[in-house]
Design a binder for this molecule. Structure first.
Ligand code: M6R
Length: 591
């Protein structure tokens, strides 16, 4: 949800640095962009609608040693040049970029208007520079004025501000992420996510909730946003590489990340055995284990409900993180909440985590982004080690999450090594499956289906959440109307939607429900559906069959991969950019 990136330091090409860097955060929002550069004592602002990736970096070569940039996912106010960030004071002596929502902006705007401030945009952000300006009348020091202004803001936000009077950048956060890249003797990079500055440094500091920072490019001071008390930070070295965060020879990040599943399952399985046993004990001893996540990660949790039942005969409660609040009545200090998140920054997941903590319950986080808020604030953590996921559509993170959840279920059943072997074998079968012929076969299927308006997916057991996930994948990148159902539910309503040649994907496995799903598919066939089987076994009723290796209890991992590829090619065949689906952003840091 919006990307922020700023630089201050020795280099004199700050404009080029931030425009190049913010392009790496485009997955966070891509409806408009903007930059403010400090040049000869003035702030130069340029902003526009459209994608930052289409902006020529060479237009920002003015000499300047401080700049802030933004790529927007609109919340308040439409997609217009005026609503794009940065927002400034009327005299343009303060500029601010912002990620998040200022909940009390209407009240603040009315008060500021009464004091003579004029507003140009429809955004909540625009009140911030005006508020800082107003605070400077009492406390002229820029950083102190930002601090006082923040005391008046309500909501979850990350802001980065610059002014003409001080030679500093000032940032503050309550809820939305901000990370500082430290380049020794060279300056500081302040960003919503690491890929923005990965080519400059891998040494980082995390700004925690309720903290602010001030930097003049040669030193940096972290303080508590409320009290002003200093918050010392240690250098953290991150392991991601520049190559991991780039597209390489692929046309899109989505395809690159799908193909990376040749290795990411094995990486997810490579967990510290002692740590995973401690976690299994925590689940065994918990009075109530809950799982909460959003979107695709939520589907991993739904699949985990089946993994825990079938593999470990252990009951867990699964809910979408956005629906977790009413569950707090069940939580006790002895409860355990497992949160699953690729980004480790999703607002609804964070809220679920804070609710559990407020009840004294312990939290296990299964995340991909090392150092993210959820990773840092959980009691127990497991990283899925998938490397940066840049496409909005989550692919390799999902299969990594499910691999870790399966491993936990096997550990809980006292069969850690059996689980490990199963998952490593699944990873190796996926490696074989992801060959050029397989991709071509699915591309052809996409060509056949590209004009369809509707598509339905059915599954049972762990393939049921995969049917829901298949629908998300197809919807979000190809914009075809897709819906997933539990096979047995069809005859209770959805079967009314089936007409002659309606495409229906049938997810199958070599499991205890194998016969049932075929019988559900037969009911669709009888109504004229075009059946596409996905699984280890072909069947006479299928019009098409995408073969998937038999992965036993890890079938959900194997089955979702051809659907990810199908969704990708459907998007490409329909002329859509799968990396930038309309209306979406990668990291949902607003509620
Ligand atoms: O970063 P998270 O895993 O917490 O994100 C959760 C969802 O926003 C995410 O999975 C979303 O549904 C994906 N775009 C789906 O592909």
């Amino acid at each position: 949800m919006c990307g922020i990136f700023g630089y201050i330091g020795e280099r004199t090409n700050a404009g080029v640095i931030v425009i190049d860097g913010i392009k790496n955060l485009e997955y966070r929002g891509y409806d408009s962009w903007g930059i403010a550069q400090k040049h000869e004592g003035c702030i130069l602002v340029e902003k526009n609608i459209g994608k930052i990736s289409e902006v020529d970096t060479l237009n920002f070569q003015q000499r300047c040693s401080a700049a802030i940039a933004h790529t927007r996912w609109a919340t308040h106010g439409g997609v217009t040049q005026t609503n794009a960030h940065p927002h400034t004071t009327t005299k343009r002596h303060i500029a601010v970029v912002h990620n998040g929502i200022i909940e009390n902006y209407e009240v603040l705007r009315e008060e500021l208007k009464k004091r003579g401030h004029t507003f140009l945009s429809e955004t909540d952000t625009e009140v911030i520079p005006h508020l800082i300006e107003e605070e400077q009348k009492i406390t002229p020091d820029f950083a102190s004025a930002v601090r006082s202004a923040c005391h008046k803001l309500e909501g979850r936000y990350a802001i980065l501000a610059m002014d003409t009077s001080s030679n500093t950048l000032v940032a503050a956060r309550t809820g939305s992420p901000l990370i500082v890249g430290v380049a020794k003797n060279d300056g500081y990079f302040i960003a919503s996510d690491i890929p923005a500055f990965l080519e400059h440094t891998r040494t980082v500091h995390y700004l925690d909730d309720g903290e602010m920072l001030v930097t003049d490019g040669s030193s940096i001071l972290f303080t508590d946003l409320k009290s002003g008390e200093e918050r010392p930070k240690r250098n953290i070295e991150i392991t991601w590489t520049v190559e991991q965060a780039q597209k390489g020879n692929f046309d899109h990040f989505m395809l690159k990340e799908i193909m990376e599943q040749k290795e990411t399952i094995a990486r997810a399985v490579n967990q510290n055995e002692e740590q995973i046993s401690v976690i299994a004990d925590a689940i065994r001893n918990a009075q109530g284990t809950f799982l909460a996540a959003c979107g695709t990660a939520h589907k991993a949790c739904m699949a985990a409900e089946y993994f825990f039942s079938v593999i470990a005969e252990h009951h867990v409660n699964v809910t979408s993180a956005g629906e977790f609040k009413p569950y707090h009545h069940f939580l006790k200090p002895e409860s355990l909440l497992i949160v699953v998140s690729q980004s480790g920054e999703t607002a609804d997941v964070l809220e679920a985590m804070y609710i559990a903590k407020s009840k004294g319950a312990k939290v296990l986080a299964i995340v991909n982004s090392e150092g993210s808020t959820i990773h840092r604030e959980a009691d127990y953590t497991l990283l899925i080690n998938a490397g940066p996921e840049r496409a909005v559509a989550s692919t390799k993170a999902l299969t990594g999450q499910m691999a870790v959840l399966i491993l936990i279920a096997y550990t809980l059943a006292g069969k850690l090594h059996e689980g490990k072997m199963l998952l490593l074998e699944t990873g190796s079968m996926i490696n074989d499956m992801l060959n050029p012929r397989y991709l071509e076969r699915i591309e052809k299927l996409a060509q056949k289906l590209k004009e369809e308006e509707d598509c339905y997916i059915i599954g049972k057991s762990w393939n049921y959440p995969m049917a829901l996930e298949s629908a998300i994948k197809i919807q979000e990148v190809s914009y075809i109307h897709a819906e997933g159902f539990a096979g047995g539910e069809l005859k209770h309503g959805p079967i009314a939607l089936i007409e002659e040649e309606t495409p229906c994907l049938v997810l199958t496995g070599n499991d205890e429900v194998a016969i049932d799903i075929i019988s559900n598919a037969t009911e669709l066939k009888a109504r004229g559906a075009l059946l596409i089987g996905i699984g280890p076994k072909n069947n006479d009723i299928f019009d098409e069959w995408l073969k998937v290796p038999d992965a036993g209890p890890a079938q959900a991992i194997a089955n979702i991969i051809p659907i990810q590829i199908l969704a990708y090619y459907l998007a490409v065949e329909r002329g859509k950019n799968p990396d930038m689906p309309r209306n979406l952003a990668k990291s949902v840091t607003v509620k």
